[in-house]
Design a protein around this ligand. Structure first.
Ligand code: GLV
Ligand code: MN
Ligand code: MN
Length: 418
């Protein structure tokens, strides 16, 4: 397929994606952290777009935005599609936003082409999925699926010490919610009959195998921890090596063990420390305290749990040997989530009918879909990411690849709702 063959509604989706990318904090790529001014502007924009396409817009108390196309049988459960509006720091313009832009266009296209659906269709722009600002992820879909009850907002704070509750109180988008549009959507949804999320792959498999569509069979389980290691800050010139309780030296050993253990277990286990803070972070002071994160993923829950248990024992041994204190706080626990077999078989059949190449795959990235999977039939559709790069300004999928994903999304929504 070349650029000239892209359908008008797909072009409209691409334009929408460009417009959404403009809502960003300064710096390279796209940065849209939860409840920041740029995040608010993006949700206002999405809300307006939904309303402009004739969808009935509602906003829940954490800022998830829904656009509804009511079906002929409104008593039947809703078919929901969408993704998250937030990004990582200096991320790309496709992660999350693609699933929202495509969903809005898909609903508009379906209504224009086939009229009112039998089942109600809704698009959602979840407020947060990445865990980039606050040390908790899936705040949007987690609110809808009862993972969170809102009490977390009081205790959870960002790097500046602003609590999630304070950020919500200050957020211009949340302040704009009127009682009118808030009344119906207090949060938890028990009326969802199926959830479909279209997303970029964020890995290299589709590109390597020259495949257009990834049909996701499951999403890996994940654990995140914040680790605090405390020693004694002291003078770097006067403290002999054997008398130190150097927190950073201990952490270096822990991270070495983390990598060795992870390599020993092998694929598909992955383990990452992506953030590390050193206190007091001075050249002539022995580090007294370190904070770092752990992100550990595996498709098998037992293997994941075993790894975390083993890691904790090793870390404790290192801390004891070096007379350091260790505090391992779990901040995220997500079990592996299989997608609905009937639904992904239907997605495959659609790919066959549309003459698109496809393959089964596991998702190593976390997604809102994994929270819906235990509650209702859930499917994820992937399109290729150039070079397998994501969570980076370099993130890119071609217009043809994005349009192909939209075709599949439209077809599965048609099948579910018409
Ligand atoms: C979200 O993108 C994640 O997998 O961390
Ligand atoms: Mn995402
Ligand atoms: Mn992401």
């Amino acid at each position: 397929m070349n650029g000239l063959e892209i359908q008008p509604h797909a072009l409209e989706m691409l334009e929408l994606l460009d417009q959404m990318a403009a809502f960003t904090a300064p710096g390279s790529g796209v940065t849209r952290l939860l409840y920041t001014p740029e995040w608010s502007r993006a949700q206002f924009f999405v809300q307006e777009k939904m309303a402009g396409f004739g969808l009935e817009v509602t906003v829940d108390r954490v800022g998830n935005v829904y656009g509804r196309l009511t079906g002929r049988n409104p008593e039947k459960k809703v078919i929901l599609t969408g993704s998250h509006i937030d990004t990582v720091m200096n991320g790309g313009k496709y992660d999350g936003a693609y699933g929202i832009a495509a969903a809005v266009i898909a609903l508009h296209y379906l209504e224009q082409t086939f009229g009112q659906p039998q089942r109600t269709l809704e698009v959602v722009s979840f407020c947060e999925e990445e865990g980039s600002r606050f040390p908790l992820a899936y705040w949007g879909s987690g609110h809808v699926t009862e993972r969170y009850d809102g009490t977390e907002a009081e205790t959870c704070a960002d790097a500046e010490g602003i609590t999630l509750q304070a950020a919500m109180t200050e957020c211009s988008f949340l302040k704009s919610r009127t009682d009118d549009n808030a009344s119906e959507r207090s949060g938890v949804r028990n009326d969802i009959g199926a959830f479909v999320e279209l997303h970029i792959e964020q890995g290299i498999i589709l590109e390597k195998t020259e495949t257009q569509i990834g049909v996701v069979q499951g999403i890996v389980g994940q654990r995140r921890y914040v680790v605090k290691v405390s020693g004694i800050a002291n003078h770097a010139g006067t403290t002999p090596m054997h008398m130190r309780q150097d927190a950073l030296a201990g952490v270096v050993e822990m991270l070495h063990v983390l990598e060795c253990l992870a390599r020993e277990v092998g694929e598909p286990l992955v383990a990452t420390t992506g953030r590390l803070e050193v206190f007091p972070n001075m050249p002539n002071v022995i580090p007294g305290e370190i904070l770092f994160t752990l992100d550990i993923r595996h498709s098998n829950e037992h293997e994941l749990e075993d790894f975390c248990t083993k890691l904790s024992l090793e870390f404790n041994e290192i801390a004891a040997k070096r007379e350091l204190s260790l505090n391992l706080t779990p901040v995220l626990r997500a079990v592996p989530a299989p997608m609905d077999e009937k639904l992904y078989t239907e997605v495959e059949e659609i790919c066959r009918q549309q003459g698109k190449t496809f393959r089964h795959m596991m998702s190593g990235a976390g997604h809102d879909a994994q929270l819906f999977a235990p509650r209702c039939p859930t499917a994820m559709i992937f399109v290729p990411s150039r070079g397998g790069i994501s969570h980076s300004p370099e993130e890119y999928s071609s217009p043809e690849e994005l349009a192909a994903g939209l075709d599949v999304l439209i077809a599965i929504l048609y099948q579910l709702a018409y």
